[in-house]
Design a binder for this molecule. Structure first.
Ligand code: DER
Length: 234
């Protein structure tokens, strides 16, 4: 539904050269493959006029595997629309992202877009952040600083149960596409009532590369319901 609303043949890029009709940012995670499939179903001819900018290695693989034109944010720093998943969405469309440890590049591509749209299943639809995503806020940190950041987040920032994200099929911590570690920080409920403050406070910690809170960025969220219907929040 989100694709049908935002990625249509009549959508034209106002400023790119005539050969490109639309620049599309493609997010990461398990929901975005459905987005890419839907776009590919529109057919080669329509997609020939589009360039797709990835938000990480998985996203790049999806674009290439679907036979869509891969673009780079260096060449296309202004994107028409970015579609991405989310780990949780609150009633003001603030997001927790980073469950897949891709939130740095996702935020770059989301910010570069004129329109940023979220697709998620109904379980991500919350009143407040931190309600339905127990791991908490993903914080990408440079490996050198992870111990200091973890300690600060646990002891002074209200996330005593914060942990370094360990890999499952690899010994040691998860390593992001940028070569960094991820701390998962379940902040206390009252802190998460103001996600923008948590974002500002955490982002200022030296060694923090990016925080998985996307505040005041999404224009709409499309929730897939169990019965196949779609709930749209704008
Ligand atoms: O890691 C990420 O930011 C993903 O986009 C995540 O937020 C959503 O992943 P999902 O579509 O697998 O739930």
């Amino acid at each position: 539904t989100a694709v049908d609303h935002y990625i249509k043949p009549e959508h034209r890029t106002s400023f790119q050269s005539s050969r490109v009709d639309q620049i599309v940012g493609i997010g990461s995670g398990s929901t975005v493959p459905y987005v890419v499939d839907r776009i590919a179903q529109q057919g080669k001819e329509v997609n020939q006029g589009r360039v797709f900018v990835p938000t990480g290695f998985q996203s790049r693989q999806l674009i290439v595997a679907a036979g869509l034109t891969l673009g780079d944010v260096d060449e296309y720093p202004s994107i028409d629309v970015t579609i991405d998943g989310a780990d949780e969405v609150d009633r003001e469309l603030n997001l927790i992202k980073g469950g897949g440890a891709c939130h740095l590049r996702e935020k770059v591509i989301a910010e570069a877009a004129e329109t940023f749209v979220v697709v998620a299943d109904y379980r991500k639809n919350s009143e407040f952040l931190g309600t339905n995503y127990p791991p908490g806020v993903p914080i990408e940190v440079v490996p050198f600083a992870y111990g200091k950041v973890l300690s600060a987040v646990q002891k002074t920032f209200g996330a005593p149960k914060a942990t370094l994200r360990m890999a499952v099929k690899k010994a040691g911590p998860v390593v992001t596409d940028n070569g960094n570690f991820v701390i998962d920080a379940p902040f206390e409920r009252e802190k998460m009532l103001d996600p923008a403050s948590v974002l500002k406070q955490t982002k200022l910690l030296t060694g923090v590369v990016e925080v998985g809170l996307f505040c005041n960025m999404a224009k709409a969220a499309y929730f897939g319901n169990e019965d196949g219907t779609v709930t749209i929040r704008r």
